[in-house]
Design a protein around this ligand. Structure first.
Ligand code: SAH
Ligand code: SF4
Ligand code: F3S
Length: 459
């Protein structure tokens, strides 16, 4: 008996862990699941990175600067490991998948290199490490359901993966190479996860996929009308009524597959928030073609018009790349013109960065660094100006805010988001002195408008 207890104690006390996450929401969701696995294994969160017994970097390689950041972090940990051989060093995510074995050659101190498809297998892989092996797990892998153990950063807003991977072949993009083939989860599993989150008090769910409009195309079944049995629109209808969930979002949309049916569903289903993240990448048809995006600027424009027809106040955000190989000044200006014309609430901007094993990286007409810097600077200024214009419409309005927590810069305030996804701050107490809690839905009268955030008073 005493022996069993002692064994349980050693099993459940494995020291402390630290996870640093780079990159997109997909990586953040994977990190939460990996943290959950570590805690089930008996690890506890470390107070600081340099004190942790296990350090895991969940990495991103979408652009070269994201990848380089990881190497500088790793250098520091490799040095620590030379002093403390018990330190466990793990590189997960997209750089791990891209570099595989060669990461071990570059940083021999590493214990485990694991691609994103292996996130749910962290315990199995660490068991191999504990037997003294250096492990590389980057094979194509069918992702098994794992919905119970995630250790979530928020207790209000949860991410739920609906489709992994990407089957598109945009000529600049590493994602298909590092995230693999599309794998849709079954609607029942997605709904079950949402019900579990609702039972724990979560109020908002963001459904995630790199190309979420592809949801269901790898699942079997045809409807009597001859349609695919599983689409994102059907999924939204299927999960809409989970009790306790007040808001549903999804990202990322692809203009090639975005349908009117989907827009109608968002307009008709009350929990679906009026925010759409639809990257357009370029405002020039020839550049879009070279990117292999599969749509024209006109098609994109019609999507935005249709959204605004059905939901006049909807927020629309996007991603854009400037200085793609061969992009002329006139072509670049068309991107600016489109932003000026459509007026986005937010745009993630990037200068093109050549990525390993992507077609565009080998093209001869790469643009000089100076052009990239200058285009990006001008673009960002425009994006901010348009965001400010879009924020102005909130002045004096009353908006529903879902409180996520305290404002880290001013603990007297809470912060949350509008349904349209604008970050909003307001005083953390009601008139009667009771404190607002994460998860509260409150009405806020907007008094301050800034490009990317709002401020106001409880109404
Ligand atoms: N699946 C999404 C985007 C995924 S990557 C989509 O299809 O739009 C996130 C963003 O990073 C992209 O939208 C793009 O704007 C940017 N990006 C991707 N590859 C890039 C590269 N090689 N250089 C610069 N930006 C890139
Ligand atoms: Fe990359 Fe294109 Fe897939 Fe988006 S749709 S992840 S940009 S390949
Ligand atoms: Fe980066 Fe991988 Fe996401 S490359 S953007 S973390 S899919």
């Amino acid at each position: 008996m005493a022996e069993t207890e002692a064994m349980t104690a050693t099993l459940s006390q494995r020291g402390s862990y630290w996870i640093t996450t780079f990159g997109c929401q997909m990586n953040k969701a994977d990190s939460e699941r990996m943290a959950g696995i570590l805690e089930v294994m008996g690890y506890h969160a470390a107070p600081a990175e340099l004190e942790a017994d296990l350090v895991l970097y969940n990495t991103c390689t979408i652009r070269d600067n994201a990848e380089q950041k990881v190497y500088s972090y790793l250098g520091r940990q490799a040095q620590r490991k030379r002093l403390n051989p018990h330190l466990t060093l793990v590189v997960a995510g997209c750089v791990a998948q891209q570099e595989g074995e060669s990461l071990l050659r570059r940083v021999p101190e590493l214990d485990l290199v694991m691609g994103p498809q292996h996130a749910n297998r962290l315990d199995v892989l660490l068991a191999q490490v504990e037997q003294g092996q250096q492990v590389v797990a980057t094979g194509e892998h069918h992702i098994l359901e794992d919905i119970t153990t995630a250790r979530r950063d928020s207790s209000v807003c949860g991410w739920v993966n609906v489709i992994y991977g990407c089957n598109e072949r945009c000529t600049y993009c590493v994602v298909p190479a590092v995230r693999g083939q599309e794998q849709s989860r079954l609607p029942e599993a997605i709904k079950l996860e949402m019900e579990g989150l609702a039972a724990r008090g979560f109020k908002e769910i963001t459904l995630l996929g790199q190309n979420i409009d592809a949801y269901g195309r790898d699942l079997p079944g045809i409807t009597p009308e001859g349609r695919r049995a599983h689409t994102l629109t059907d999924l939204l209808h299927h999960v809409h009524d989970v009790a306790g969930i007040a808001r549903i979002r999804f990202a990322t949309s692809h203009p090639r597959y975005f349908t009117e049916r989907l827009i109608d569903a968002c307009a008709d289903l009350p929990k679906l928030c009026e925010h759409f993240h639809v990257p357009f990448q370029s405002g020039d048809d020839a550049v879009l073609k070279a990117m292999a995006r599969g749509y024209t600027v006109d098609r994109y424009r019609r999507i935005v018009e249709r959204i605004r027809e059905r939901m006049p106040d909807a927020a629309i955000s996007a991603d854009v790349i400037v200085a793609f190989p061969g992009e002329s000044d006139a072509q670049y200006r068309r991107t600016l013109d489109l932003i000026e014309e459509l007026g986005f609430d937010a745009v993630n901007t990037a200068a093109y960065s050549p990525r390993p094993n992507t077609p565009a990286a080998t093209w001869p007409d790469q643009l000089p660094e100076a052009v990239k810097v200058e285009r990006l600077r001008e673009l960002n200024a425009l994006v901010e100006r348009k965001a400010k214009e879009r924020s102005a419409r909130y002045a004096g309005r009353t908006e529903q805010i879902l409180v996520e927590g305290r404002n880290p810069k001013d603990p007297a305030q809470v912060m949350g988001r509008t349904r349209t996804n604008r970050l909003t701050f307001c005083a953390g107490e009601r008139a009667d002195g009771t404190a607002l809690q994460p998860g509260d839905l409150v009405n806020v009268r907007i008094e301050q408008v800034r490009a990317f955030s709002l401020g106001g008073k409880l109404a």
